[in-house]
Design a protein around this ligand. Structure first.
Ligand code: ZN
Length: 425
């Protein structure tokens, strides 16, 4: 079955990254159509992809089961019950790319193969691969379902009422695939002996492409502040109202649109987005009375995130004052920054440097399952590989094959370093 060979410089068997690329293509041919990947969680195609994954691991001495939240765990039992966890997700958005989530899983498969050979089926500690259920939240609008249930962060009262576009409730959809919604948090037992969690992922952005680097160490996932801001002015006739007599709610919103660029720049690496703008009465012949915009702010540093928000609040108050109008704020959502583990960040740097000479450290704008596992107290780090076009969640999502191969090699080195790190902890 195997084409694994010993590497030249030591006795560690080499992973076969070309096999990972071939398997990714095989998965694509099984689960994509002309519009992209169709592995949406809880669908037939997703179940077929998971069945295919089990088949790939059937020659290894791994125990396989689904936990209470539908996450699949492949466990290679070791001499110690301390666990190294490697994670990814087989699910995709509708019309998704071929690498998002599945690269992580298939790199993990390759690492399990290597460890199994190197240690004759009995590694010094237990090594587990997890395929998280419904990372994307494409159907119910709730990302990180399986990992947040496992980490204990899933809000059951909110999730219980989620419906898909056909009006099917999340608990009913879960029952159809054998998951009891009321018991999903029992999956938390899976983290009992977890000593570290590793996740490889495509960057999904343009940073590494612009720097011409294949790989980066991820410092953590951004914290997010998401608010609706409504400016309240006065509707007035667009012909009869002199410009200096207007209480124009849109003018203040327009000034915010420019100001968030200055606020983001002052913060260092933060980002701010005004993603929607709705005006009332919203007709061509009236000054805008009410203007509601949404603001999404993200930063890796909690203090800097708080400053981003405070600056935006101050600016909105100033612009409202200047225009003789008022402003109100409503928090839509919030998540704290999730910094990764310092030691593991260092080991990830080393693994990348040994593989391709140069590395880079960057935060992740998107959330990942790793953020949930890290928040549950498991030392965690992620590795990013360059994305072409800086695009994901799209069928044009792509990464150079040579970079995919480097990613598998570096990620495997990281796994071995972390096994040693856990042993000495
Ligand atoms: Zn993903």
């Amino acid at each position: 079955m195997t084409t694994i060979k010993l590497s030249a410089n030591n006795s560690m068997p080499a992973v076969n990254p070309k096999r990972t690329v071939a398997e990714l293509k095989e998965l694509r041919s099984l689960t994509a159509d002309e519009n992209g990947a169709q592995r949406v969680a809880f669908t037939k195609t997703w179940l077929a992809a998971r069945e295919w994954l089990r088949e790939k691991l059937k020659d290894l001495p791994v125990e396989v089961h689904n936990d209470a939240a539908g996450n699949t765990w492949f466990t290679l039992a070791g001499a110690s019950n301390k666990c190294l966890l490697i994670g990814g997700h087989m699910d995709s958005v509708p019309n998704g790319g071929w690498l998002d989530g599945s690269l992580n899983v298939l790199a993990g498969v390759e690492i399990l193969r290597r460890i199994n050979i190197q240690y004759n089926g009995k590694p010094p500690m237990t090594v587990r691969l997890v395929d998280w259920a419904d990372e994307e939240g494409a159907r119910f609008g709730k990302s990180l379902f399986g990992s947040s249930a496992c980490a204990g962060n899933l809000n059951l009262d909110e999730a219980r009422h989620l419906k898909d576009k056909d009006g099917i409730r999340l608990p009913d959809a879960l029952r159809a695939v054998g998951i009891d919604f009321e018991r999903v948090k029992e999956s938390g037992a899976e983290l009992k002996h977890a000593a570290a969690y590793l996740e490889l992922h495509i960057e999904q952005g343009p940073v590494l492409l612009e720097m011409d680097l294949p790989l980066a160490t991820v410092l953590g996932t951004f914290g997010v502040e998401r608010h609706a801001i409504t400016f309240h002015g006065q509707a007035a006739h667009s012909g009869s109202t002199p410009m200096n007599r207007r209480k124009d709610a849109f003018l203040a919103a327009g000034r915010m649109a420019q100001e968030i660029y200055r606020i983001a720049e002052r913060s260092g690496n933060g980002v701010c987005t005004i993603g929607s703008c709705v005006t009332q009465p919203g007709i061509v012949t009236s000054v805008v009375e009410d203007c509601r915009i949404t603001l999404d702010q993200r930063h890796l540093d909690p203090a800097a995130l708080a400053t981003l928000l405070a600056d935006a609040r101050a600016a909105s108050a100033q612009f409202a004052h200047d225009g003789g109008i008022s402003v109100s704020w409503e928090r839509l959502w919030h998540i704290a920054p999730r910094p990764f583990h310092d030691d593991l960040i260092g080991l990830c740097d080393q693994a990348i440097r040994e593989t391709c000479g140069k590395t880079h450290r960057m935060p992740s704008g998107p959330l990942h399952d790793a953020a949930e596992v890290g928040a549950a107290g498991v030392p965690t780090v992620m590795m990013f590989v360059q994305s072409l076009h800086g695009i994901s969640h799209n069928k044009i999502e792509d990464t150079r094959e040579e970079h995919l191969e480097l990613a598998v090699i570096a990620f495997d080195k990281l796994a071995e370093k972390v096994i040693r790190w856990i042993t000495t902890e």
